[in-house]
Design a protein around this ligand. Sequence first.
Ligand SMILES: [Zn+2]
Length: 297
Amino acid sequence: MDPITVFDKERHVFFLQVMLDSLPAEYETQEINTLTLAYFAVSALKILDALDLVDKVQIVNWVLSFQAHPKDESELKNGMGSSMDFMGRKVLSTQMPIQSFMPTHIGAETDLRFVYCAAAICSMCDNWIGMDKGKAKDYIVQCQSYDGGFGLVPGSESHGGATYCAVAALQLMGFIEDDILNKFRPSSVINVPMLVEWSMQRQAADGGFNGRANKPSDTCYAFWVGGVLKMLGAYQLLDRVALRRFLLSCQSQYGGFTKFPENMLPELYHSYYGFSALSLLEEPGLNPLCVELGFPL
Ligand SMILES: [Zn+2]
């Protein structure tokens, strides 16, 4: 078997099943991210059309075991609780005067990642009561840099992950149309031609995408930046053959993907975004994605 040209689906499914069963010791420091890691493994199996292999009831019960149930009004005010109505009010309590969001109501760093999370939560719950969309849009627009990409905060360097958060949040909130480039209608919100130009410049000579100028190609940016081009209707502009070749060179012999071609061991984060990127490339046998929410349909 030639590992450069073949997508080894069976090996990937086996890798994900092993990860769901028991994480290697190297993940010990990631204990607080257990739910995220499970999300990557379960969603990746869905992309690979192999979700029938997991015990769904067991996983659902395990996820629900993390749900906090407030005993009284004071606990509700302090952030415990998860009813749909409270989730909306909770999101609102994390929106800052400068229109960005913080991850918890007691304060922390604020940037585009949390604006995107707020928009994703409101979209999935179909409840926007907790978000001032106009103010959030104004904040995102301030984060578009002179080169067309978006930085995490106004005035910062353009970055692939921040750019995905900006474009996906604007799309979830209804400020930019899906496939806007093919509708020949300029956006009144952001500079789309410069954004496409910056995104196209992220594809390097080896076919992969980097997250910033002068950085090496990395598996995950094939989704973060590729997803931006997909949402804008510009995906056909990238070199898909070269990107697929790069991604397949990051397949691990153990299943899963590595961050760089020369890495030995796969991990869940880059595996998930490797599968996601190949789904965008319409690799046969893979399920399509909801690009703006980053999960399989
Ligand atoms: Zn990465």
